[in-house]
Design a protein around this ligand. Structure first.
Ligand code: SAM
Length: 451
């Protein structure tokens, strides 16, 4: 090594020692500075070793500062320390879904179908009809209160084994960061019943050893959580919590409940909030919202009116869940609208509105700031997607966010779409495109009306 090289390597070492010192003394204060430095270096530096060393520091700092910021949550229901061992007795209970009544579910379903079938072009293809049939067991009295453990896996909360490459990619990241604490996350004991229920009800999930699947699920969740913390410049993950409603798996990191859904929703929120005007009350429309995980987070972090359009059984779950999750929120649903065949005059006062697809027509032109569709257009018929895109064009005054599979390998027979053939109208401009860092098989696009 030449003298010059030796000097430059010493300078590098010294600057990293300084950064490490800063992280140790004040992780919360140093995180924005280190991120700024990293963002600059990544654009200007060719030395991959230096880039990696800084990325590693961002990771360490993000985890350390989150831990400090989360301490303020101690005492909240969801924030429970178990030490190094899981203790079921210490776990807070939540019986909020005990009031679930299958008869109410049936009458909701009947009402939904009568109304939604007025515009059948939006309605589901065989793929979702089959799903509805397969998952009906989840809506039995004893099962429903644990919907995050079964129906949640049909929506967005992936069990391991099914998407091995996606998991490998996340795990490679963790290995590179040398984060062996991932194996120490505290979690509940093996839950055979729900894993087996998923295998029996959803034939697309190839049955595997249930215990191994559960263990891999835990590891997958822990890895995804860390990636989300690393990406979360705004520290929004420290401002929200995983609700016990729906009986999520108890997986804890630093004492707090973690979940794939919260990791995903906050990562999505952080991206989308850059495009939404935070000074005035915005209106967001999500088509195909699952159990409402993203609306839940939007409601916690911002002042938006959140409109959900969906089909059965998801719309029942989101309606049921968000009402209990945010009991002070004002809720309007399709049954109130069907009675008068229009939106009520005061519809702007509601926090959440649940619409059947045919009721989109009641929303005024250019009244929606952000339309969202996540892992949902990819599962619809071409007619349904065309119909939604026409409505989006009429309704929007701003942006469309779409996240879908690059290739829809899980669904034989409905693979109609790829990244380039969704029917976005010509006067929309693609302003952002990337792959989803929490799940590399998904692409994300943000389209802007008028460019
Ligand atoms: C894979 S799930 C994703 C759910 C949610 N976006 C998430 O990421 O958690 C697909 C969603 O699309 C909805 N969906 C399927 N076909 C639909 C249609 N024709 N109209 C509206 N929503 C539909 C399903 O009910 C479900 O909520």
């Amino acid at each position: 090594m030449s003298e010059l090289d030796q000097k430059s390597s010493k300078t590098k070492r010294r600057s990293f020692e300084l950064i490490d010192e800063e992280i140790k003394n004040d992780p919360v204060g140093s995180e924005p500075k280190i991120r700024l430095l990293y963002n600059k270096i990544v654009k200007t530096e060719n030395d991959t070793g230096k880039i990696f060393n800084l990325k590693y520091r961002v990771y360490v700092c993000a985890l350390a500062s989150s831990e400090i910021l989360e301490k303020k949550n101690i005492g909240q229901n969801e924030f429970v320390f178990h030490g190094n061992m899981y203790s079921a007795e210490l776990e807070p209970k939540n019986d909020d879904l005990d009031d679930f009544d299958p008869a109410e579910f049936s009458s909701f379903q009947e009402y939904f179908l009568t109304e939604a079938n007025k515009s059948p072009e939006f309605m589901s293809n065989d793929f979702w009809k089959n799903k509805e049939r397969d998952t009906s067991v989840f809506f039995e009295k004893e099962n429903f209160k644990s919907f995050k453990r079964h129906y949640g896996h049909v929506l967005s909360n992936f069990i391991g084994g099914r998407f091995p490459e996606d998991f490998q990619e996340l795990f490679k990241f963790i290995m590179k960061m040398g984060d062996n604490r991932i194996l120490a996350d505290v979690h509940e004991d093996f839950d055979a019943r729900h894993i087996e229920l998923i295998f029996s009800a959803t034939p697309t999930n190839k049955p595997q050893d249930a215990y191994a699947t559960f263990k891999q699920y835990v590891l997958y969740t822990s890895a995804m959580w860390r990636m989300a913390v690393y990406l979360d410049e705004a520290k929004n993950l420290t401002r929200v919590s995983e609700s016990l409603i729906g009986n999520p798996y108890r997986i804890r990191f630093n004492g707090r409940l973690i979940s794939q859904d919260l990791a995903r929703s906050v990562t999505e929120y952080n991206l989308l909030s850059k495009y939404i005007n935070s000074t005035s009350k915005s209106r967001v429309l999500e088509i195909g919202a699952g159990y409402g995980r993203l609306g839940e987070v939007f409601h916690q972090l911002s002042d938006v009116q959140y409109i959900i359009v969906d089909i059965m059984p998801s719309i029942f779950v989101s309606r049921f869940y968000l009402e209990r999750r945010h009991p002070k929120s004002k809720i309007l649903d399709f049954r109130d609208i069907a009675k008068i065949d229009r939106l009520p005059d005061n519809f702007e006062e509601y926090d959440f509105i649940f619409l059947t697809p045919n009721q989109l027509k009641y929303l005024p032109d250019e009244s929606v700031d952000m339309v969202i569709n996540i892992n949902s257009f990819m599962e619809m018929s071409r007619t349904a997607v065309d119909s939604y895109f026409s409505e989006i064009d009429r309704l929007s005054n701003g942006f469309l966010y779409t996240k879908q599979w690059f290739r829809n390998l899980s669904k034989k027979g409905v693979e109609l779409f790829n990244k380039n053939n969704y029917p976005v109208k010509g006067h929309w401009k693609l302003v952002r495109e990337q792959y989803d860092q929490l799940h590399i098989k998904f692409f994300e696009q943000i389209w802007k009306l008028g460019g």
